[in-house]
Design a protein around this ligand. Structure first.
Ligand code: UD1
Ligand code: UDP
Length: 369
């Protein structure tokens, strides 16, 4: 009997992290049902290969599209042109995509043009503001219009889809696969010290509280990212604080961050970390400041208060349950909340000790079922 062919398409760091446990589950648990293939658009390069090597994802097709300072249009047109060839060559029965990147939206569109089924993992997240996050809010909505199966991480995400008229029978609430990934990394860390962790141990000052920072979103480029950096600079003048910022490779991020924070006392600007080392560092952090989507979902599992450097989030579950606080991008507000968490133990614990609303580590198995 012919086995249906499933093609995973992804291209950026977060998609790879969140699809890795699912791809591995498909490869190991569904061999007799499906043939599983992976296609990387290569929207990211170094930051993607870090993930692929940790999770041992074999890439069957690599579109290799990344260019320095690429534009949304160039990413999109390259993927559209090149994916057609892959679809013609493999003729998959279904394409699985994740989340909200340009890779995700354009791969879905391309699959639709080729009349291939689309299954969407992490479906239904919304802010209802088309410019926040930009362009991810609309990317994710485009996929929802096309997808044949929608794997929503939470009931709230399911409700967003139902409100948009998406067929109820196509929606399954599974939890977020990022918790599966995080648990895999934590398990690996029990008897694992890679070179990055050895280097981190050398820079960490055990007498200080670590503020771990990531910020890279397009809508924060310019003044907002400058404000974030100025807040970090001020925080670093406190005697008991060390700021560690693994900086995204995007030149628009690097230029601002380096111009304000390079070579400053108590601030370590470092390269993006592999997933186990970043997980290790999250565990060591006292608080996390971030505009990342995935980190909002991971931090509560590690009982780390996360302060979100955005005005709106498509992950309101954390804010509602109290595991994360939206602090925006104004310097004074960031300072106020970060210092409060560091100085006031009751406040700290009121955030740190809440349960994670995003999943239980079994999302991949549920999606396969
Ligand atoms: C993309 C996603 C965003 C996601 C982020 C995760 C879109 C529109 N945005 O944004 O949703 O949160 O990935 O990190 O899809 N670069 C490198 N090496 C790398 C990766 C990036 O040098 O391994 C540099 C390149 O100069 C590249 C630039 O970063 O042109 C921007 O990459 P791009 O994928 O366009 O945007 P991100 O901000 O990473
Ligand atoms: N991450 C990582 N190394 C880093 C910074 C982040 O492995 O130096 C992981 C993080 O744990 C999370 C994911 O990357 O799982 C988030 O990706 P990113 O911030 O690039 O994208 P977003 O979540 O904002 O879409």
């Amino acid at each position: 009997m012919r086995q249906p062919k499933i093609l995973f398409v992804f291209g950026t760091r977060p998609e790879a992290i969140k699809l890795a446990p699912l791809i591995n589950t498909f490869k190991t648990d569904s061999e007799k049902y499906f043939k599983t293939y992976s296609c990387s658009t290569g929207q990211h390069k170094e930051m993607l290969s870090q993930v692929n090597s940790f999770f041992k994802i074999d890439i069957d097709f690599n579109l290799n599209i990344m260019k320095k300072n690429q534009t949304l249009s160039s990413i999109s047109s390259e993927i559209l042109n090149k994916l057609d060839l892959v679809f013609n060559d493999l003729n998959p029965d279904a394409v699985i995509v994740h989340g909200d990147t340009s890779t995700t939206a354009i791969a879905s569109l391309s699959a639709f043009y080729n009349k291939i089924n689309v299954f969407h993992v992490e479906a239904g997240l919304r802010t209802h503001d088309k410019y926040a996050p930009f362009p991810e809010e609309i990317n994710r909505s485009i996929v929802s219009k096309i997808a044949d199966l929608n794997f929503a991480p939470t009931e709230k995400a399911k409700k967003n889809l139902v409100n948009e008229g998406i067929d109820l029978d196509s929606i399954f609430v599974t939890g977020n696969t990022v918790i599966d990934s995080l648990m895999l990394a934590q398990k690996k860390l029990e008897n694992y010290d890679d070179q990055e962790i050895v280097s981190l141990k050398k820079i960490i000052n055990p007498n200080k509280k670590i503020i771990l920072v990531t910020a890279h979103r397009r809508e924060n480029f310019g003044k907002k990212l400058e404000n974030i950096c100025l807040a970090l600079l001020e925080l670093s003048t406190e005697k008991d604080i060390q700021v560690i910022y693994p900086c995204h490779l995007n030149p628009n991020v690097q230029s601002i961050v380096k111009s304000i924070l390079n070579n400053k006392k108590n601030i370590n600007l470092i390269d993006p970390l592999g997933y186990p080392a970043f997980t290790w560092l999250m565990q060591k952090a006292y608080i996390i400041l971030t505009d990342s989507g995935g980190i909002q979902e991971e931090a509560p599992s590690l009982n780390k208060p996360v302060f979100v450097l955005r005005n709106k989030t498509e992950r309101p579950e954390g804010v509602k349950s109290g595991t994360s606080v939206l602090v925006g991008t104004k310097k004074e507000k960031i300072l106020k909340y970060a210092l409060k968490a560091i100085r006031n133990k009751n406040y700290y614990e009121s955030i740190a000790l809440k349960d994670n609303p995003y999943g239980d580590g079994k999302a991949s198995k549920k999606i396969l079922e």
